[in-house]
Design a protein around this ligand. Structure first.
Ligand SMILES: NC(=O)c1ccc[n+]([C@@H]2O[C@H](COP(=O)([O-])OP(=O)(O)OC[C@H]3O[C@@H](n4cnc5c(N)ncnc54)[C@H](OP(=O)(O)O)[C@@H]3O)[C@@H](O)[C@H]2O)c1
Length: 244
């Protein structure tokens, strides 16, 4: 697949990995970014005047419906849907109160799992209008093997990973391609406080899009490659190393 003249919808395109993908995909494609923060939307528009932004909280069903209706009206189809927006928090289970714990867990499962799955379902009519539709799930190497302090985040990405595998199978007789990409630790706001080697967002975006264009459907970049192999061969050791 050549990423040219495509109509591409991305969630969370205003910052981090999403923004790096927007930078790579423009100006060859039409890019529509679904973000919820007006200041970040404005900053994205200043940096990339060609981007189309629709203010959307991806966990809000009426907002998703309104965004897709606007895309149907203005663009008529979706060639590539990139489910990128995500959220995660660290917590100590025993030391966290009920209310904050519920808030974090619900936010993670709603944003990282339910929203991308439901958005994909609602976008199907627009994807079917494309000659070669692609749905991307931006998952995580931590879907294979959790970091215990990010328990809720890792569980939500594992749910996304399992769903992507099933969806690929369910859609195998259609022309809709289901792609899962597992980024390594990328230098974004998401893991600002974390001390670890981090890949630059632009480097990640280039590597991912190269593999997407080559038709790969399960894309591991950087450390995620090692993690996917290691977690299957030596799961106990992989867990210990991640949770030292
Ligand atoms: N960075 C890494 O090392 C890494 C590694 C593996 C996987 N990932 C995954 O990569 C994706 C992008 O992360 P990132 O590192 O680029 O982090 P980021 O800079 O924090 O970007 C996440 C984006 O998602 C948006 N978002 C969150 N909840 C949303 C909602 N309900 N509706 C609309 N937008 C929402 C955020 O906007 P707000 O500011 O409005 O919250 C933000 O713009 C995530 O799915 C993350 O899990 C990242």
């Amino acid at each position: 697949m050549r990423l040219q003249n495509k109509i591409i919808v991305i969630t969370g395109g205003a910052t981090g990995i999403g923004r790096a993908l927007v930078a790579e995909l423009l100006p060859a494609n039409t890019v529509i970014s679904l973000d919820r923060n007006p200041e970040k939307i404005a900053a994205l528009g200043t940096a990339f005047p060609q981007v189309h932004s629709i203010r959307t909280d991806i966990t809000n069903d009426p907002e998703i419906k309104a965004a897709l209706a606007a895309i149907a009206r203005d663009f008529g189809r979706v060639d590539v849907l990139i489910n990128n927006a995500g959220t995660g928090a660290q917590f100590d289970f025993a030391d966290t109160g009920e209310e904050p714990l519920q808030g974090m867990l619900r936010r993670e499962i709603n944003t990282n799992y339910l929203a991308p799955v439901l958005l994909t379902h609602q976008a199907l009519p627009l994807l079917k209008k494309s000659p070669s539709p692609v749905v991307v799930f931006v998952s995580s190497g931590l879907a294979y093997m959790p970091i215990a302090s990010f328990a809720g985040y890792c569980a939500s990405k594992a749910a996304m990973h399992a769903f992507a595998l099933s969806l690929r199978h369910q859609l195998r007789k259609t022309n809709i391609q289901v792609v899962e990409v597992l980024p390594p630790t990328v230098d974004t706001d998401f893991n600002k406080g974390i001390q670890a080697p981090k890949m630059a967002p632009a480097v990640f975006a280039k590597a991912f899009l190269t593999q997407l264009e080559r038709g790969k459907t399960s894309i591991n970049i950087g450390q995620s490659k090692a993690l996917s192999v290691f977690s299957r061969l030596l799961p106990g050791l992989a867990f210990k190393m991640l949770n030292r």
